[in-house]
Design a protein around this ligand. Structure first.
Ligand code: ZN
Length: 399
């Protein structure tokens, strides 16, 4: 068994479900599965492995009992650049049996196998190998950062960015000089089939509300039906508005999208509903802003002679990612991965948060997003090994 596979098997066996997905009454009911929640054991396991290899280990407290893990390999000389390896430690929810790693036909099955315990295993295994080989970079610091809460609100990457100047003093230096930090890059671990991804969409969750007047169901003409108003809005968004978005294309990402996810209105059959609410998932392209999308949607509804109160339901922005593929370290990674063009993906991840915080980021990792969040989640062991090798080659190539 290779080092990456051994690490990954150990990681799959550990509880890692984001506590945001725990049933609201789990703590009081003391559900049997309660032990599944939280990233702490994953962080402790990786920290112990790194400490045994003689690496510097630090925890960054983020939320109660939830900390980012930070492992450092300093360069031989003065720091003139930093490569961050940044997989997340949390997973989506799972059954107990998904925490039993199973190997079959060249695949390793289990929750997090590809999203993203696989990236964490490949990246840390590469770093350990580099540290043992005594051929560490002359002037590039390598920081492995295991981030919490990616699957929910990205509290881990947001906290990392807030304290980046303390956690990673070289970043403060480039920030103070206001240079474009050509020697800094974050590789955010997600299953990209080992494609270097420089762009992904952003995600807005909008809430639209219509108001009407309640009346007796027997005399509906005395009221004003908020559900009927909303039905026309749903129809307009899913047809004409979606068609308008399909005309707007990004070379790596295709088109922006809209999808009505929930609808709720009325209280009982014999009352004309006075209120109806939908929530809408709007995936954005680089250049689109929350304010711009809300304005555009309101203007679209106005032209259709429809109206609704529009608000954003996300606590923190989920922005699109658009990193310049010509950045030197991005080109270097692409060259090693045998890739002539950058790639884009549909899903949102920590890379956008780090990028928005001034740390140029790409997404890269073994496994395929098609298996992420599925009950049968798996990773190809060949992809895991190749991922470890590519990360190691990249780290070895750093000045
Ligand atoms: Zn995920």
């Amino acid at each position: 068994m290779t080092r990456a596979e051994k690490l990954l098997s150990g990681l799959i066996a550990l509880p890692s479900v984001n506590p945001a997905f725990a049933p609201p009454n789990a703590a009081t009911l003391r559900l049997r599965g309660l032990a599944r929640y939280g990233e702490k054991q994953v962080a402790d396991f990786l920290a112990a492995v790194a400490a045994r290899a003689g690496l510097d280990v630090e925890f960054q407290p983020v939320l109660p009992k939830r900390s980012n893990l930070i492992v450092r390999l300093p360069p031989r000389n003065k720091i003139r650049g930093t490569a961050l390896l940044a997989p997340h430690l949390d997973t989506v929810d799972a059954d107990d049996c998904q925490f039993l790693p199973r190997r079959k036909n060249g695949r390793l099955y289990g929750r997090g196998a590809c999203d993203t315990k696989g990236s964490a295993a490949a990246m840390l295994a590469a770093l350990l190998e580099l540290a043992e080989s005594k051929s560490r970079p002359a002037e590039t610091e390598i920081i492995f950062t295991g981030l919490i809460d990616e699957e929910h609100a990205q509290a881990g990457s947001r906290a990392f960015v807030r304290q980046a100047s303390r956690l990673f003093p070289f970043f403060k230096a480039v920030r103070d000089r206001q240079d474009a930090c050509p020697t800094v890059v974050a590789i955010v671990g997600e299953p990209t089939q080992l494609q270097v991804v420089t762009a992904h969409k952003g995600s807005l969750w909008l809430r639209l509300e219509t108001r009407g007047h309640a009346a007796h169901g027997a005399t509906p003409w005395r009221g004003e039906n908020a559900a009927h108003k909303m039905a026309r809005i749903v129809c307009a968004l899913e047809t004409d508005y979606a068609a308008r978005l399909r005309r707007r294309k990004h070379p790596l990402l295709g088109t922006a999208t809209v999808s009505v996810g929930t609808i709720c209105g009325g209280t009982q059959p014999n009352i004309v509903p006075d209120r109806c609410v939908i929530t809408v998932d709007r995936r954005t392209l680089p250049g689109e802003t929350e304010a711009g999308v809300c304005r555009e949607m309101a203007a679209f509804l106005r032209v259709k002679k429809l109206s609704a109160k529009i608000s954003n339901t996300k606590l923190a922005p989920a922005l699109p990612l658009a990193t310049d593929p010509k950045r030197p370290l991005v080109r270097r990674l692409m060259r090693l991965a045998g890739q002539s063009r950058p790639a884009g993906v549909d899903f949102f991840c920590d890379a956008a948060v780090l990028s928005a915080g001034g740390i140029p980021s790409v997404v890269f990792g073994p496994g395929d997003i098609a298996q992420a969040h599925t009950t049968d989640e798996w990773i190809s062991l060949a992809s895991l090994e190749r991922g470890q090798r590519l990360v190691l080659n990249f780290l070895r190539s750093l000045p």
